[in-house]
Design a protein around this ligand. Structure first.
Ligand SMILES: [Zn+2]
Ligand SMILES: [Zn+2]
Length: 89
């Protein structure tokens, strides 16, 4: 897993825009991983685009593909958004 992170992502992305007929600059970049998003489903949260797998709760890191709540520029799951600060279970 560590190995794949060091491989430049360009190789995988190159050629795809031509296949899709879309200029590279029109492909949204993920605010989470800064890669272009070539998924069918693009999440738009806080005026930024996200891979469905990159949008995670700032608190518990849960994936938020389903629904999410934002506050002060961060994204949270329902539980963390509504939980009262200072209370611990
Ligand atoms: Zn991403
Ligand atoms: Zn959470």
């Amino acid at each position: 897993m560590m190995q794949s992170a060091t491989v430049p992502a360009e190789g995988a992305v190159k050629g795809l825009p031509e296949m899709l007929g879309v200029p590279m600059q029109q492909i949204p970049q993920c605010a989470g991983c800064n890669q272009h998003i070539l998924d069918k489903f693009i999440l738009k949260v806080l005026d930024r685009h996200w891979h469905s797998s990159c949008l995670k709760c700032a608190d518990c890191q849960m994936q938020l593909a389903d629904r999410c709540f934002s506050r002060a520029g961060s994204v949270y799951c329902k539980e963390d958004f509504f939980k009262v600060p200072g209370t611990k279970q």
